[in-house]
Design a protein around this ligand. Sequence first.
Ligand SMILES: O=P(O)(O)OC[C@H]1O[C@H](O[C@H]2O[C@H](CO)[C@@H](O)[C@H](O)[C@H]2O)[C@H](O)[C@@H](O)[C@@H]1O
Length: 547
Amino acid sequence: MGQLQSILSMDSTFEKVKQLREQYKGRVVILGVDDLDLFKGISLKFLAMGQLLEQHPELQGKAVLIQITNPARSTGSDVQQVEDETNSAADEINRKYGRSGYEPIVYIKCPVTLEEKAAYFCLAECVIVNAVRDGLNMVPYMYTVCRQGGPVTDEALGVNGDPTPRRSMIIVSEFIGCSPSLSGAIRVNPWDVDCVTEALNSAITISDSEKQMRHEKHYKYISSHDVSYWARSFDQDLERACKEHYSKRFWGMGFGHGFRVIALGPSFKKLTFDHLVSAYLRTSNRLILLDYDGTLLPKASINKKPNDQVLSILDRLSNDPNNIVFIASGRGKDSLGDWFSSCEKLGLSAEHGYFMRWSKDSSWETCGLTMDFEWKKIAAPVMEQYTEATDGSYVETKETALVWHHQEADPQFGSFQAKELLDHLESVLANEPVVVKRGQYIVEVKPQGINKGIAAENLMAAMRGRGISPDFLLCIGDDRSDEDMFESIAGLLSNPSVPPIKEVFACTVGQKPSMAKYYLEDTAQVLMLLEGVTAVATSPLPKPDQV
Ligand SMILES: O=P(O)(O)OC[C@H]1O[C@H](O[C@H]2O[C@H](CO)[C@@H](O)[C@H](O)[C@H]2O)[C@H](O)[C@@H](O)[C@@H]1O
């Protein structure tokens, strides 16, 4: 920013701004500054400019798109093709809408110095970055700084001493890095030429006060988030990440783009059969909480119903009079009730604990909170919008929650959209009594005060209310919603006012950072362990292989 500001005070910049001001007097200048490559969407931009002039004849003779294109950084037939395509798009529009003294697209292909670019930025009413893919892209930031200007450029533009706030307009592709940071920009899908055309028209016709407001927002952000800000915040993140560096173990996980290094606490260990069973056999008031998806059911299963092995294990476990066994799931009560109907003594906690029943014979109870579901009217249309834009995604409506699923969408695009949807929902639902959470391939909106952790605490309190004080707790889950259970359990263990539980096993599925102390690798290991426990409990010998 400092470098740009010093350029803005140079004599050569002054001269260039003055010259451009004269040259484009009476015109509305829209500016593009891009490298020449496949991804910058320059010809799409030209098409939109042509369409703008077609749809708004009043802008013919007035609107000018100045496109500065830095020379290509590579050679090859693809680059040549892009060059030919952009040239002919510009020629055609200029032929159709140009006239003597007016060229709607001024296509500058020779090298342009930073001083000259700064002068173009100072002059332009709007900058457009229409790339179909890009990194951060600094053009909008440079443009904003130049439009803020300084005494030299103000004089060149003839606005020195003018107290009117500065104004600028940015049209930015939603596919580039700087897009989320420019809250006042008009965001476009560069492939959607109609939408880019509309954006150009809005950028020109929007009121001056609106342009000033957007400019002020951008300038405030850009001037406070400079290189030293980013360096400081990166340094702080690094320090935070490295704080417990020496006490952690590091693992490389995944392949290709999915590769990541994870740091695990020193006490995070595999749950062994021997350890669990010896505690199991020493206790007699056991509470067992099992998540369903990703814990008893493999993530990739097509058939979501529990298989015979799962039902048999749960039936045996829950028939032990010393056990209280609960499925703690985010799923709805009707499917859980239906799927586990053969396990008569099994307890079910559905929709993250909003609904609960102790056994097949008991009726469903709700958590007792009075709920208002008006927020669904806000969340549903937003989710529908993302469903429309994301092939393979869909919305699930539960009694208390709405869930956007993207497991069947393109993996990269799906998670990109999920992240955006999460931000979007968080902002539109900021004043509603809900939380927006991500899970495995889902974004879920559910009521505040409902989560599996609270459900687990309520369950333990209810047990104590029935005169049963658990001396063994096994809790297994794989997902973020299960972390709430692990967190509650950790909280209970450190709370002196809660009677201590002798044996506690909080266990996540898959090695990953977790509030759980133990892990098992996958659902197969979970089932093997539970199968082993039920076998030992009924007949201590022979002992199954160690998991
Ligand atoms: O608490 P859980 O038992 O782990 O349940 C959490 C969610 O389960 C369901 O979603 C899961 O299955 C979907 C396919 O049926 C899959 O697309 C998704 O990725 C899984 O998370 C259920 O549909 C959700 O409502 C639950 O919250």
